[in-house]
Design a protein around this ligand. Structure first.
Ligand code: BGC
Length: 743
């Protein structure tokens, strides 16, 4: 206690003068800036990589940087290029350095599992560490700002961008948001290996109608506050430097000009002191939204609502000056936005050394960093979810025996290298030689007495079945068949909505054809979202969901196949049985006619042609061992709203034959509320390691804060009443206790 007080006191003493100096410096600078120079700081241009919209032409850009008309660049990578552009900025009258931003979404030179896949590890320190490494590598390449983490809650797997987030749950998503922000920003923005994080896309982007990217969102403010905003608030509490507004409208007002979320919630209520960047061109897109007549009106609406920086729409550049001249925008509004940006430049240390992120030696060290690759392998292993592992001939098929086996490895992804990155990775020319394929990964783990055969079988997404015969031939020679199927990496991500979530092309036909050979089959599913694969769920004994795991995918997958790593991932999204079930999420509201079980069809809320449950529920995932969760104990059956605290404990036993990790999950249910409450809500989870036969007590602390919700007046309240608590392996946890929240 004393020690922590001392640390706080030290931080106050150390940080306060820093803030005062920053304030003073920025105020001085601001007072010397012309209106043109101020507007320049609010303007961001694209560099030479990965445009996701229209861009400003080269020559123009360089001139404008020299004239101080650009505050930041995105998609500029590498010390040499960054240095060149920074030198142009330093030729401007006030020599204000540029900030360099990039989508460093799941790693940089070393790529990690796509964020949704990594979320399946339920391991927050792992996620923090991968963000830390990504930041270190990117910062060494001159980047000082990443447009990550994406913290959008996503309950619709048709939406391609589910791959970038942490899935469907607000509590879980908030924890992950914090871990990732901490990872990117490390010891704080002054450190040379820290990059500014950017929580995006503010807000409710994941709730777009029909899962169609960029689409509208119409929802109650209560729902917005309760489900979609908390991960952003969590990111702000973790000190996130920036936020990005989203493309969608919320209840008719585009997020880019939505003063409710940007001013009222973010800047006023949450005291956010960083800055907000628009999404690509989204200020200008308000014209096509039909929310602004022209660029002039779009700029007016965006700056008024609180969007500080304009990414590539050029509306601020072209219209803010006139808006000030016309008395529509007070200079104070511009000053506020500029100040927010300059403060971050100061915190990044760019004023004292604009080239501090440009160091050739540091950059060279990241090119193929073995330590980072070792971590990526572990990250990949822990992100894999074992969905099924039925016995074949009296024994579960996995893990494989590594010796005296003939294994057929079949499918379009088996020998792929770069594809293992998944979407939103920055490709480098040497990637294909650095990335281990799934085939090589497995071959390296088998001993000389085993044979690994290969057939491509089919392509990812066409109707060509000419490879089936070879696949059947190879399968016939094998003791066991592994099929690596799924959607291509670029079938998820931005603008990658899908209406059909089945395996594309003829992959399912290949699976059925090869299965008919009669050899035991293990299925690997590579994907950026929950796919639908009912036939496989019913007929294939072992299924591993491998997402896209990054640079070390081949090795991570092999480690799990042969059992040097026991899988421990759990699904961060519910997996539907058909597209018709979407949206599907475990924490839906209680209806007046809930179905009792999958077969209950008597005037209940259910589909008559489907079981009511998902194919695989939220929080679900198996292990090579088994765990028993028992002896639920509550420290009391009452918790006072004032200062209350309840301890919930269970005993977890590893009852199987392998050491392993289990994610113990705690859910609550508020039985009666002034508004209808969800049937379950995750409120705690712990990932523990247990040796074979070992027993551990796992405890969770619940406080009234965990039970708060938004009422219809948008007040965040505690309400006395009865609560149920469930603890177990997934959102189906059945061990139950009850307590009263009392006044
Ligand atoms: C995406 C953002 C991304 C930006 C810059 C946009 O199209 O929506 O998530 O950060 O492009 O690449």
């Amino acid at each position: 206690m004393k020690k922590s007080l001392l640390i706080v006191a030290f931080l106050l003493v150390a940080v306060t003068p820093f803030c005062q100096n920053a304030e003073r410096f920025v105020n001085d600078l601001l007072s010397n800036m012309t209106l043109d120079e101020k507007i320049g700081q609010l303007n961001q241009y694209n560099g030479d990589w990965g445009a996701t919209g229209k861009i400003t032409p080269e020559g123009d850009k360089e001139q404008q940087i020299k004239q101080g008309k650009v505050g930041s660049m995105l998609n500029v990578t590498g010390v040499e290029t960054v240095r060149k552009l920074q030198a142009l900025a330093l030729q401007s009258r006030l020599k204000i350095p540029l900030i360099f931003g990039q989508d460093v979404i799941h790693g940089f030179r070393t790529t990690f599992p796509i964020p949704l896949g990594e979320a399946a590890s339920w391991d927050l320190s792992l996620m923090e560490k991968s963000a830390r490494i990504a930041a270190t590598e990117a910062a060494a390449y001159g980047i000082n700002w990443t447009f990550a983490p994406m913290v959008d809650i996503a309950r619709d797997p048709r939406w391609g961008r589910v791959m970038e987030g942490a899935g469907e749950d607000t509590y879980f998503g908030s924890q992950v948001a914090q871990a990732r922000v901490k990872g990117f920003q490390g010891q704080g923005l002054g450190a040379v290996d820290a990059v500014m994080a950017c929580a995006k896309h503010f807000a409710a982007y994941g709730a777009a109608v029909g899962g169609r990217d960029y689409n509208s969102v119409d929802m109650s403010l209560r729902q917005l506050n309760e489900t979609y905003l908390p991960p952003f608030q969590a990111a702000v509490n973790a000190g996130v430097a920036t936020l990005m507004s989203s493309f969608n409208d919320i209840n008719g007002i585009p997020a880019t000009a939505n003063s409710y979320i940007l001013r009222e919630k973010l800047k006023k209520e949450w005291h956010f002191n960083g800055f907000v960047v628009s999404d690509w061109g989204s200020i200008g897109e308000m014209i096509r939204h039909g929310y602004a007549k022209d660029g002039y009106e779009a700029a007016l609406k965006a700056i008024t609502a609180g969007t500080d920086m304009d990414m590539e729409s050029r509306c601020y550049r072209d219209h803010l000056k006139q808006l000030v001249a016309d008395g529509k925008v007070p200079v104070s509004l511009i000053n506020e936005a500029v100040k927010r940006i300059l403060l971050k430049k100061y915190e990044l240390g760019l004023f004292s050394d604009p080239y501090r992120f440009c160091n050739d030696e540091r950059q060279a060290r990241q090119v193929n960093n073995q330590e980072n690759r070792r971590f990526a392998r572990e990250d990949g292993e822990k992100s894999i979810v074992l969905l099924k592992n039925d016995p074949v001939n009296g024994r579960p098929l996995l893990p494989l025996f590594p010796n005296n086996q003939t294994i057929a490895f079949i499918g379009p992804f088996v020998k792929a290298t770069v594809a293992n990155h998944g979407f939103w990775a920055i490709s480098f020319p040497d990637d294909s030689t650095r990335i281990v394929s799934q085939f090589e990964g497995l071959r390296n783990q088998l001993d000389a007495s085993s044979t690994l055969l290969y057939a491509e079988g089919c392509h990812v997404n066409d109707n060509d079945e000419s490879g089936f015969a070879e696949a059947v031939r190879v399968a016939s020679q094998a003791d066991i068949v592994i099929l690596s199927l799924g959607e291509a990496p670029d079938m998820s991500g931005e603008a990658k909505s899908r209406s059909n979530l089945r395996l594309p092309g003829v992959q399912e036909a290949l699976l059925e054809t090869v299965s008919a050979v009669g050899k035991p089959v293990v299925l690997l599913l590579n994907a950026g979202r929950p796919l639908i694969f009912n036939w496989a769920s019913e007929h294939v004994p072992s299924i591993l969901y491998t997402w896209w795991l990054g640079t070390e995918a081949g090795n991570s997958i092999a480690d799990v196949l042969v059992g040097t790593c026991n899988p421990s991932g759990k699904l961060p999204m519910s997996f539907p049985r058909t597209e018709g079930q979407i949206p599907l999420y475990y924490n839906h509201y209680s209806t007046g006619r809930p179905a009792k079980d999958d077969d209950d069809k008597f005037y209940v809320s259910a589909y008559i042609d489907l079981p009511n449950s998902p194919e695989y529920p939220f929080g679900y995932g198996l292990s090579y061992t088994t765990f028993d969760v028992a002896k639920l104990q509550l420290s009391s059956d009452r918790m006072p709203i004032q200062g209350g605290r309840l301890n919930v404990s269970v005993e977890v036993k590893n009852t199987g034959n392998y050491d392993g990790e289990e994610v113990v999950q705690l859910y609550i249910r508020d039985l009666v509320g002034c508004v209808v409450r969800p049937v379950r809500e995750l409120k705690g989870f712990k990932k523990i390691f247990l040796r074979k036969g070992e027993v551990q007590t796992v405890s969770f602390a619940l406080t009234p804060n965990d039970l708060k919700f938004f009422n219809n007046d948008l007040q965040y309240i505690n309400e006395p009443g009865t609560y149920e608590v469930f603890v177990g392996h997934s959102s189906l946890a059945s061990l139950k206790g009850t307590f009263e929240l009392i006044k």
